[in-house]
Design a protein around this ligand. Sequence first.
Ligand code: HEM
Ligand SMILES: *[C@@H]1O[C@H](CO)[C@@H](O)[C@H](O)[C@H]1NC(C)=O
Ligand SMILES: *[C@@H]1O[C@H](CO)[C@@H](O)[C@H](O)[C@H]1NC(C)=O
Ligand SMILES: *[C@@H]1O[C@H](CO)[C@@H](O)[C@H](O)[C@H]1NC(C)=O
Ligand SMILES: *[C@@H]1O[C@H](CO)[C@@H](O)[C@H](O)[C@H]1NC(C)=O
Ligand SMILES: *[C@@H]1O[C@H](CO)[C@@H](O)[C@H](O)[C@H]1NC(C)=O
Ligand SMILES: *[C@@H]1O[C@H](CO)[C@@H](O)[C@H](O)[C@H]1NC(C)=O
Length: 378
Amino acid sequence: MARLCFSTLLVTLLLYNVAFCFPDYTSLAGLSARELDSIIPHLTIRALPSPPGPLNNPLAKLVNDPAHPWIAPGPNDMRGPCPGLNTLANHGYLPRNGIVTPSQIVTAVQEGFNMGNDLAVFLAYAVHLVDGNLLTNLLSIGGKTSETGPDPPSPAIVGGADTHAVFEGDASTTRADAFFGDNHSFNETLFDELTAFSNKFGGGAYNLTVASEIRFQRIQDSIATNPQFSFVSPRYFTAFAESFFPLAFFVDGRETNSLTLDLTVARGFFQDGRMPDDFFRSNISWTLGAIGGGVEVIFEAHPVLPGANNGTINSYTVDPNSANLSDGCKAYTDFVDVIVRGLYPSATGPLLQALNQNLDFFFGAISTSGCTQVPAFV
Ligand code: HEM
Ligand SMILES: *[C@@H]1O[C@H](CO)[C@@H](O)[C@H](O)[C@H]1NC(C)=O
Ligand SMILES: *[C@@H]1O[C@H](CO)[C@@H](O)[C@H](O)[C@H]1NC(C)=O
Ligand SMILES: *[C@@H]1O[C@H](CO)[C@@H](O)[C@H](O)[C@H]1NC(C)=O
Ligand SMILES: *[C@@H]1O[C@H](CO)[C@@H](O)[C@H](O)[C@H]1NC(C)=O
Ligand SMILES: *[C@@H]1O[C@H](CO)[C@@H](O)[C@H](O)[C@H]1NC(C)=O
Ligand SMILES: *[C@@H]1O[C@H](CO)[C@@H](O)[C@H](O)[C@H]1NC(C)=O
């Protein structure tokens, strides 16, 4: 992977006391006009292709096939908090180095797991807008496996799908809250808790009842132990969705309707990013609407509204300014108007153009949902 390295006095003084390399997959979000001026001339600006369309054959098929063997990531390969994307990279549906384009994410999640096109485009462009480099069209799915150990490097370099409280967030199923240090690695203590819940509520497997109970338990854990617990949109939405994802995507496509996930299979995905031998992808395309149905069931079991602790434990307070599950358009609008706008206060020229093009692709995923598109940034 080509890296841009420069050690101008400016960059040295501003950032580190060493020569600074700016990888071409690192997000330009949050940089000042001056920093952008020094970095952008060194980037290869790419034309942005439109997102891929849906699968031609949206049914189950063998996906752990001879063309896509599991290979453990090497020390320089990027892996992150998402077991779905890690699995796709380990099986070669995504580039094995973990540096990807949003189009590659869309194609891979559809081909490997039968994610519906609207959801695939929505997630891929949402994460790209926050964590990707909009000019090179590259995004890292996490950090180098050799660097994401106990002594993590600067978040600016880890980058990837890990911007806290936007995509990576609190109350994950098998990853600890950022407050406790490591927010992206598989956590055995949490998997043990998942196992106990599966034994108690699912007869030893992960099903919709377990998903509802463990989602609530993880929220209660964070309220009781993490003074900085934050559970507002968009994390609020992704937390519920990710509790349903294992039932949609990790269950073999010959038993899609069972919505029941064996725990050994679950561990393979969560811990090793690995499909079982002979794995078939889901037999239906999981669109935003289909996932929404599962989310609704999980929410209704324990209807926690968006909110946060206030700096002390056990102080969870509902945040009336956050979008809740009954207002998806507000979630979209706030994401664009507050989060993305806040990340790019100084975008002009080609960066502004790329930003608006990505925002168009992102809105394309929900253009038939009745939400009004936020006007282009100027
Ligand atoms: C389409 C693009 C996708 C993006 C951008 C994405 C991104 C992410 C991110 C950033 C997280 C971490 C959130 C956290 O802090 O817990 C996450 C979690 C998760 N993702 Fe993905 N993901 C995508 C697709 C998938 C797919 C296809 C699957 C399943 C095959 C999947 C399964 C999961 C699960 C189960 C979690 C929760 C992990 C846990 O809580 O322990 N994701 N994803
Ligand atoms: C999340 O983890 C990464 C890698 O360990 C770390 O650099 C980053 O600071 C963490 N985020 C927060 C908010 O603690
Ligand atoms: C695993 O998660 C638990 C509960 O959040 C936390 O106390 C523990 O420190 C985490 N372990 C590691 C190794 O991060
Ligand atoms: C989950 O499994 C348990 C134990 O078999 C069962 O009682 C429960 O009804 C299941 N939940 C769903 C939603 O099927
Ligand atoms: C998938 O669903 C179709 C109907 O939509 C059915 O004909 C086919 O047998 C199913 N395939 C599997 C592997 O269950
Ligand atoms: C946080 O919430 C707790 C419990 O609701 C309350 O006692 C405390 O005064 C609040 N602290 C702040 C800083 O708002
Ligand atoms: C959810 O949000 C909508 C508008 O954003 C608000 O009108 C509604 O009261 C909220 N629901 C709850 C239960 O707070």
